[in-house]
Design a protein around this ligand. Structure first.
Ligand SMILES: [Zn+2]
Ligand SMILES: [Zn+2]
Length: 363
């Protein structure tokens, strides 16, 4: 079939709106008409930096309605409303353990822009266009998605508001809900309240964590963090960030989340922890760093990474939807909608930080 897609043809080139040919679904794939898609930081990074094969259709926070299913697909029907999430193989040991974020085939299935066999479902008059980015390539009117990446939702779910649940939101919320699991007496310091940090903040509030501290360079974001339930907000440019966190948490934070992937910030996160505290890293950025070993051995602190919220999206996305329905996860506070054709403006606003979470909508 013919679809319209925003094609990335170069790091600095604007998205190119093109008519592409999309293959028929394979036996395990589902054809989804995209209703909305979030713009995630990884889309921006991939367009500018990753060695993904070009041209490529990015986008990996799609939401839509099923139009066709492959012959082997079960549990999904034409007309179902769905949120899309990242791809996983379903056959490796980590997938078998219910931890698809750590799928052995995660990199090829999500970041190459091709299926596991390197084929792409997209082409433009015979030219290969990469089109299985995170199992979806949702910057397009339609996407072919592996059934494992499809989460069926109730028909009263707002597909526009909740589109970002499939990646950026579950990344931040899952780091708190699935990895840290803070109790009412546990404090949490969140470094960077962009989309991922704000999702972590909302999840921490939803599950009843103790003192929450938000650190960011933007006064506007800190004000919004306060509105969303941060007890204390700290200007990240202040000389005494660590001292302020320690004071706010009566001796150090039990948990800290770094969304910045900047070494200087990560070092502060480790320093600001209470003894036995855990720092969780979710950002993509600097490749390596020196850690002060004394913090780990002398104080029992831990540092660990986390990807895609470290849970099973088939279980965790419904949890996020329940919180959203109850009003404890007001994603609308951090998002702004744009028409699909205004994708360049949406990406520019995300890049400049004027919009925390852009969501593209389709007619
Ligand atoms: Zn796997
Ligand atoms: Zn993402």
């Amino acid at each position: 079939m013919e679809i319209t897609a925003a094609v990335a043809r170069g790091a600095d080139a604007p998205f190119s709106m093109e008519t592409l040919t999309l293959e028929e679904p394979r036996p395990s794939e589902v054809l989804v008409r995209i209703v909305a898609t979030g713009v995630c930081h990884t889309d921006l990074v991939t367009k500018g930096v990753f060695p993904a094969e070009l041209p490529i259709v990015l986008g990996h926070e799609g939401a839509g309605i099923v139009e066709q299913i492959g012959s082997e697909v079960t549990g999904i029907e034409v007309g179902d409303h769905v949120l899309l999430t990242y791809a996983s193989c379903g056959t490796c040991s980590r997938c078998a353990d219910g931890l698809p974020p750590y799928c052995e085939n995660f990199v090829i299935l999500n970041t190459s822009g091709g299926r596991a066999d390197f084929t792409s479902p997209l082409s433009n008059n015979g030219e290969r266009v990469m089109g299985a980015f995170f199992g979806q390539s949702s910057f397009a009117t339609h996407a072919l998605v592996p059934a494992r990446s499809v989460v069926v939702v109730d028909k009263d779910v707002d597909l526009v508001a909740t589109a970002p649940f499939g990646c950026g939101v579950q990344t931040g919320a899952g780091a708190v809900a699935n990895v840290m699991k803070p109790g009412p007496n546990d404090s949490l310091a969140i470094f960077g309240v962009g989309g991922v940090g704000m999702a972590a903040l909302m999840a921490a509030r939803a599950i009843g964590a103790g003192t929450i501290v938000a650190i960011d360079l933007s006064a506007d974001r800190l004000a919004l963090a306060k509105e969303l339930g941060a007890d204390v907000t700290i200007d990240g440019a202040a000389e005494d960030v660590v001292a302020q966190i320690v004071a706010a948490t009566a001796g150090g934070a039990n948990f800290a989340l770094d969304t910045t992937a900047r070494n200087a910030v990560i070092a502060k996160g480790l320093e600001a922890l209470a003894p036995m505290g855990t720092l969780v890293l979710v950002g993509l950025g600097e490749a390596s760093m020196d850690l002060e070993i004394g913090h780990l051995t002398g104080n029992g602190k831990a540092v660990r990474g986390c990807i895609e919220g470290s849970g099973d999206p088939q279980k965790f996305i419904p949890q996020l939807l329940r919180w959203h329905a109850e009003g404890t996860f007001p994603i609308e506070k951090i998002s702004k909608t744009y028409a699909f054709t205004d994708i360049d403006a949406a990406v520019a606003d995300a890049h400049h930080g004027t919009t925390i979470k852009p969501i593209l909508t389709f007619d």
